[in-house]
Design a protein around this ligand. Sequence first.
Ligand SMILES: Cc1ncc(COP(=O)(O)O)c(C=O)c1O
Length: 556
Amino acid sequence: MTNSTEEEKRIRKEQKLVADWKALMRTFVRPENDATRATLVKYMEQILFGLNEFLKRHVDITKEISLKELSLRFKDTQISEQPEKKLAEVITDLINDIAPYAVNVASPYFIGHMTSAIPFFMVHLKTIVSALNQNMVKLETSKVASVLEKQVLAKIHRLIYQESEAFYQEHVQNVDTTLGSFVEGGTTANLTALWVARNKAFAPTNGFKGIEIEGHYAAYRAYGVDRSVVLVSRLGHYSLRKASGILGIGNQNIIAIDVDKNNCIDIDCLNKTIKEIKQNSRTKILAVVGIAGTTETGNIDPLLKLGEICAENNIHFHVDAAFGGPTLMSERYKYLLNGIELADSVTMDGHKQFYMPMTCGMVYFKDPTIMDAVIYHANYVIRRGSVDIGIKSLSGSREANSMILDSSLKIMGSKGYALLIDHGIELARKFAEEIKKRELFQLITPPQLNILTYRVCPVHIQNKLFSGDSNETRLINENLDRINRTVQRIQREAGNSFVSRTVLKDMNNNEIVVLRCVLMNPLTNMKIIKEILDEQEEIYKNRFENFSDNIEKDDI
Ligand SMILES: Cc1ncc(COP(=O)(O)O)c(C=O)c1O
């Protein structure tokens, strides 16, 4: 592994690796002759093809090794005074000793999370971003990259809102308006959206300077309220709660609205809640959040309806499309997101279905002036009157990820992305059919996008659950939960494939453990899916062959 053995230390001593000015300078200057150039190119090749070979060859999800064993290898807490290794050695170590123990999220057998394979050209684009090392906080450290960023923000804004050509010509390079903002991920995108919504709801008025300046106590006094809330289905991402904590709203004031049988926000329930809150005039609704692709089940809330409700009640409408947003590029399935154009703000993640490398989040706003609610200035940067992107941004220093997205859109075209989106959705549907055919499994949430959940639940037990009394149902479910946790764990630890697990409510409102799959990798196909299900059947057979509904064995 990368930690030095005594032998390596002895060899290094002989090689006399020392930190001196001359050696240091060499790491900063561009290759000054053919020999150094050739060496650097060789290293780059090692990175590109060494890792690529690994990702191709190593279809196992991870090498079988316990976290404990791994952590024992990384207990060296001293920074050595003199250099320990040369660049070539470090690269070789990372490729040979670290990568095999990382998680091969590029494997087509890795279908458990929203992190998947990326097109290989992304590595090249990311390298360019690192090499240029632009800082998007200000024009002085980014120049054309800032202008390019505004262009790609307008492209995605247009995908969502479909405003007129004149609108985009007015705003694409307008230094006073902002169509959106790049951030670290979906979490910070949601935080930015709620930050803007909060500041809009408690804007300056009658001698009150606004919540951003005076804080909550003054804001609530100025507006005559005691509390502010955000409404979202109970399948909302936990980042919304985090955002409410950070923004001082209080995460208990993220009100979870029940979902219907399709895991979409229950509109009656939402209307009732809004009505009740409005009757208590001392509570302010900051936002209603619609989800376009829930994290656990991939379902999409009825955005059109939510948009209408928000407009009627003058509530900020945010859509969390971190996962499902790119579906807008699919001619076949974009209708699933009808109504997203009514949103005041929209979250999207580049590192999910735009297939960008980690990490890239974005938030878009219908009103190009709404981000004026979060303007910040400093004397040495983002000065008043400057056109720095960082003036209206949660992030400070930030890399030029927008360059990757703009390039990727050019390389793939919306049609290329649509092929990926369509493949995922259609594969998920076939997967669901396969589950229905197998006696061992029960489909829990049929896919609307490319996510589905199911569980191990033999068909005779399914029948029993259907007709059983509630006490019996609870006991059976408890056993099934144990079995599903065990099957998922054993499969993960075996390292051939990976599905994730979560807890959902079934139709009787019982919490049950389910297996969750996200079909993003274009190399995943039905043959692979059948193998993954076969493996689960095998694990079940070996561990729980004699499963009955009154099984007592605790296998965990
Ligand atoms: C719907 C939704 N919103 C927000 C997030 C948070 O995104 P990130 O992990 O990029 O911060 C996720 C992540 O899975 C998500 O599924």
